[in-house]
Ligand binder design. Structure first.
Ligand SMILES: Nc1ncnc2c1ncn2[C@@H]1O[C@H](COP(=O)(O)OP(=O)(O)OP(=O)(O)O)[C@@H](O)[C@H]1O
Ligand SMILES: [Mg+2]
Length: 234
């Protein structure tokens, strides 16, 4: 059974449909990557999965539940977490305070989770008392991801985690995302560093104009001549 299954998503902002029939499926333990040109609706699709876009049609199922009309906090309780493309940390709070904020839905003891995440992101352990706004771009993305993991999700939605990072920081961050995946968290991520992202993906989707254009395994998408030429930089 799929962990996440979104079918025929239509909707957007105001009267304009940005999503015009999007399908996205993530199996348990999968890494799935969404690529596509600017304005294709990739971020809107992730927001829709998290309950932040009003849908005119379509349905979203997560872990056997129909979550189409549930608010984001209810999706979080079921095991879904989302890291937006921008403004995804509290800059004036320390690294540790950011992670504590991530545990907002929890009433139990979060100390062991904090320590586990600092093991997963050792750079953050060294900077736990530093304000997030003073971190490098790559470190900030790690804070955003670690904060999302504080709710113990089964599926993590990541919107362009490596945007604006140096080549070296991209590799470092992808290695951390792979480590998160090894802990048993499925990943659905939008990425512009498409080659590197697809290289670590089980499957990928190409979204164009708010609709699915193509989907296949990561390796098949990488090897596809038309897609490589148009969307992977040759
Ligand atoms: N809050 C909003 N209100 C109105 N229109 C919006 C809003 N956010 C996005 N849009 C529009 O929706 C369309 C799709 O935007 P979206 O951010 O989903 O694209 P994207 O594929 O993530 O692009 P990028 O690669 O640039 O991040 C764009 O035309 C954009 O202008
Ligand atoms: Mg986007």
């Amino acid at each position: 059974m799929s962990l996440l299954e979104a079918r025929g998503l239509r909707g957007g902002y105001g009267d304009t449909d940005i999503l015009r029939g999007v399908d996205l499926v993530v199996g348990p333990g999968e890494i799935v990557v969404v690529i596509g040109p600017n304005g294709a609706g990739k971020s809107t699709a992730l927001r829709a999965l998290f309950g932040l876009v009003r849908l005119r049609a379509g349905a979203v199922r997560f872990d056997g539940h129909d979550i189409t009309h549930r608010p984001p906090e209810s999706r979080v309780r079921l095991g879904l977490a989302y890291v937006p493309q921008e403004r995804n940390v509290f800059p004036s709070l320390t690294v540790e305070e950011n992670l504590q904020m991530g545990a907002f839905v929890r009433r139990d003891d979060i100390r062991s989770d904090l320590e586990r995440l600092f093991e997963l992101f050792p750079v953050l352990a060294e900077r736990r008392r530093q304000r997030a706004g003073t971190l490098s771009g790559g470190e900030r993305q790690m804070v955003a991801i670690a904060r999302a993991l504080m709710t113990r999700p089964r599926l993590l939605l990541l919107d362009e985690p490596t945007a604006g990072l140096s080549l070296r920081s991209v590799d470092v961050l992808f290695a951390r995302i792979a480590a998160v995946h090894r802990e048993g968290v499925a990943i659905l991520m939008v990425e512009q560093n498409a080659r590197k992202a697809l290289a670590m993906a089980h499957r990928g989707y190409l979204l164009v104009g708010g609709a699915n254009r193509f989907e296949d395994t990561g390796p098949a998408l990488l090897a596809h001549p038309g897609i490589a030429e148009m969307f992977l930089g040759g």
